[in-house]
Design a protein around this ligand. Structure first.
Ligand code: SF4
Length: 303
């Protein structure tokens, strides 16, 4: 068997017949869980500085120019000619319509950009914003990524997400009115008390297009760091994480695109686990484990 899970790369190659890279952008939005609309403390794991580029306060257009130049000048990525603009930092639908349109429209200046991907909270979406996002589907591959994290409200509360699983369900239902927008769930694996099989089943039942995995990890200057230092939470060892990812994949529909298997964080912000610094090693362990099990995504999925 060639591929044991449906990676984002495979999916993109099927559509574009060439390698496509995501450009991660910081459009300068805020988040209602940080600016006091809901709370000021944010989610217990959140420190956006740990993954956004230091220079990402420069204007969006310059961020895109610099990223394209970086790929073009790199030996490894020199064959990548097309890109997806990925609005990743904070909550990328948290503004008025005019500002959102002005922000997303930056992609029109770059013929190399073929896709638009927007990451947001499930409680920061409405029909007007979705109409705007849908307007890009004529010319671009469009994804929206909602922070689901888990389907367990008690854990969502512990994470201080400031929304419930029902909010996530509502955001999916609303977005399904626009079938050309692909929907992904951002989900954390390794949460205390989490039933990952139930979470996989919820994603199956919703017929989502994709899922992005986040291994629970501790970043500096977060509530999670305090809990970790007080020995109040456990972070999975790499072999434990590999096992639960494989269990999760086995229970997921075959056609759900896996946007990511392991999180990334800048070294200076990462407290634990240190094994995620070697992302490629973790990915190869996951592939190896599926091979040993003679297994694949969807193996245990029953219609
Ligand atoms: S919703 Fe996102 S940006 Fe806001 S606090 Fe949580 S993780 Fe951070």
């Amino acid at each position: 068997m060639k591929e044991r899970y449906f990676s984002f790369n495979i999916y993109l190659r099927k559509i574009f017949k060439e390698h496509i890279h995501r450009i991660s952008l910081n459009a300068g939005f805020s988040c209602p869980n940080l600016d006091d609309k809901i709370d000021t403390k944010g989610c217990i794991f959140c420190n956006n500085a740990a993954f956004v580029q230091e220079d990402s306060l420069k204007n969006l257009q310059q961020q895109i120019i610099d990223a394209i130049n970086f790929f073009t000048n790199s030996r490894r990525f020199k064959n990548v000619k097309k890109f997806i603009a990925y609005f990743q930092a904070y909550t990328n639908t948290y503004s008025d319509l005019a500002k959102l349109k002005q922000t997303y429209d930056v992609i029109k200046k770059f013929p190399q950009i073929v896709g638009l991907s927007i990451s947001t909270r499930p409680d920061c979406i409405d029909e007007e914003i979705l109409k705007l996002i849908n307007s890009y589907t004529d010319d671009y591959l469009v994804w929206i990524e909602f922070g689901m994290q888990t389907s367990d409200d008690k854990i969502l509360d512990w994470l201080n997400r400031g929304h419930t699983y029902k909010d996530f369900l509502k955001s999916v239902e609303l977005t399904k009115k626009f079938p050309r927008i692909n929907i992904a769930a951002h989900i954390i694996l390794g949460l205390p008390g989490q039933d990952i099989i139930k979470d996989a089943k919820e994603i199956n039942n919703l017929y989502l297009n994709g899922v992005k995995l986040h291994n629970l990890h501790v970043l500096r200057n977060t509530v999670l760091e305090t809990l970790y230092n007080e020995n109040k939470i456990e972070i999975l060892e790499v072999d434990e994480y590999v096992k639960i990812v494989c269990d999760f994949l086995e229970n997921l529909r075959k056609d759900v695109v896996i946007l990511r298997l392991v999180s990334s964080a800048k070294d200076e912000y990462l407290v634990a686990p240190l094994w995620m610094k070697n992302k490629f090693d973790v990915i190869s362990k996951i592939k190896k484990e599926l091979e040993i099990r003679n297994s694949y995504q969807g193996k245990n999925f029953l219609e």
